[in-house]
Design a protein around this ligand. Structure first.
Ligand SMILES: C[S@@+](CC[C@H](N)C(=O)[O-])C[C@H]1O[C@@H](n2cnc3c(N)ncnc32)[C@H](O)[C@@H]1O
Length: 425
């Protein structure tokens, strides 16, 4: 049926944020549509009975629809849900979460109100840069495509990140050759803007100098360059040391270091962890990054064993703990997917916090489940893998007692979660 057009009524919104409608016994996903919309679409078959619809005309708007605040919406793949009213948008995220909990036999009654990071608060972004024959473009990929949408603005990121789009484009026009590609990782840290450009293109002296010029002109804290196929990054210029501050403790950040997507989101997650810890004397912080949870825990006098695969983050965390006089914080570089901390080692602690990447932490969750540690906090940026890991804990005798959804991925279909599990025997 590829190439056909159809008129359909959108019934609900699917897991990826696309409107969903039934069609001749099959199902159609249409980006940028809302329940109650009547739309005309061009269909592409994506599997047996499954279609993707490209919106041609909005024939009648559903009750949850509003004008999207960004001019790039619908084309840019960065956002999926700007066209919903704030109430409908929040309700969709919570319904999606409750549906997943129900399907996994987990208690949806423990879901707390959705924390919402506001527009213009995202503190890191990864832009794709393409040098074309006559100009350069800087932006995010289109939905389901490698085509880059050239951005004039982005209402999701902090204004200082959005303000760097035009200078990055100007840099690419002078420094790159037609056909060259690069990625720019931009983060707002406690020291200011940190820019990491990753490219396999030959930059030459002028290209590097032009990057260094950006530092002074745009008041960046640091500029670094990396190669997509090589580990590590080369710092080209640094105006001031780049740091995050966790629990009042400054910690150095390597170029491209992980940070929670928004500062207010991180504050809610850290508050959740500290609330669970109360007066605990010993804790594990697994997938610790630069210590967003480990450092505040150690500041409270808790003995903390922290681990992460990122060697630079672990070294910086250890140095920060030393300088702050926190001898009870020990950090180890460790691949927790291949070599999870075993149940026997976890068993002595009062609390385990784990905050894995999107893939979740299946092997580590199994060890935690077997450890019988009284309290476990799971922080997750992927509700799907969270459910799998939560089931492992529940099968091991834990009960889900709190679940805080944190919307730090505004207008996307993603959702951050902080969950508390208590060992019930
Ligand atoms: C969502 S971040 C959490 C970081 C930290 N908790 C924070 O809030 O800043 C996930 C972390 O998992 C780490 N990670 C990814 N794969 C890993 C692995 N196989 N073993 C251990 N850590 C891993 C990353 O380096 C990253 O720091």
């Amino acid at each position: 049926m590829t190439g056909f057009r159809a008129e359909i009524a959108i019934e609900n919104i699917g897991r990826r944020g696309d409107g969903v409608a039934a069609l001749e016994g099959g199902i159609v996903h249409v980006p940028a549509t809302a329940p109650g919309d009547r739309v005309s679409v061009a269909l592409t078959e994506t599997g047996p009975g499954r279609f993707r619809g490209r919106l041609l005309d909005l024939l009648q708007a559903g009750p949850d629809r509003r004008e999207a605040p960004c001019r790039h919406f619908a084309e840019c793949g960065g956002c999926a849900l700007q066209h919903l009213t704030p109430d409908a948008y929040g309700a969709w995220k919570l319904d999606m979460l409750r549906g997943l909990l129900a399907r996994n036999g987990l208690d949806a009654a423990v879901v707390e109100p959705l924390h919402r990071s506001p527009p213009g608060s995202r503190r890191r972004a990864g832009f794709t840069i393409r040098r074309r024959r006559d100009d350069a473009i800087v932006g995010f990929n289109e939905r389901h495509s490698h085509r880059v949408v050239d951005l004039a603005a982005c209402p999701v990121v902090l204004p200082e990140i959005a303000a760097l789009i035009a200078p990055l484009r100007a840099w690419a026009e002078t420094a790159l050759q037609a056909g060259d590609r690069a990625d720019a990782h931009v983060a707002v840290t406690d020291s200011g803007l940190d820019l990491l450009v990753r490219t396999g293109a030959r930059l030459g002296g002028a290209g590097r100098d032009a990057l260094v010029d950006l530092l002074a002109r745009e008041d960046l804290a640091r500029v670094a360059r990396a190669h997509p196929k090589r580990e590590g990054a080369e710092v080209l210029a640094e105006a001031r040391p780049v740091r995050a501050v966790h629990g009042g403790v400054p910690v150095a950040l390597a170029p491209g270091a992980f940070a929670q997507a928004t500062a207010d989101g991180e504050a809610v997650l850290t508050g959740f962890v500290l609330d669970a810890v109360q007066g605990a004397a010993s804790a594990f912080d697994l997938f610790c990054g630069s210590g967003a949870f480990a450092l505040p825990l150690a500041k409270r006098g808790c003995s903390v064993f922290a681990a992460d695969i990122d060697k630079a983050a672990v070294a910086n965390l250890s140095a920060a703990a030393r300088q702050a006089g926190l001898p009870k914080l020990h950090a180890e570089a460790r691949n927790l997917m291949r070599r999870p901390v075993p149940a026997g080692e976890l068993a002595g602690a009062e609390i385990v916090v784990f905050d894995p990447p999107r893939a979740g932490a299946k092997a580590q969750a199994a060890e935690i489940a077997a450890s019988r540690v009284p309290v476990v906090v799971a922080v997750s940026c992927d509700p799907g893998t969270f459910m799998r890991d939560a089931r492992i804990l529940v099968e091991g005798g834990y009960r889900l007692t709190r679940l805080r959804p944190v919307d730090q991925f505004l207008w996307s279909a993603h959702l951050e979660l902080a969950a508390r599990f208590d060992f019930a025997g």
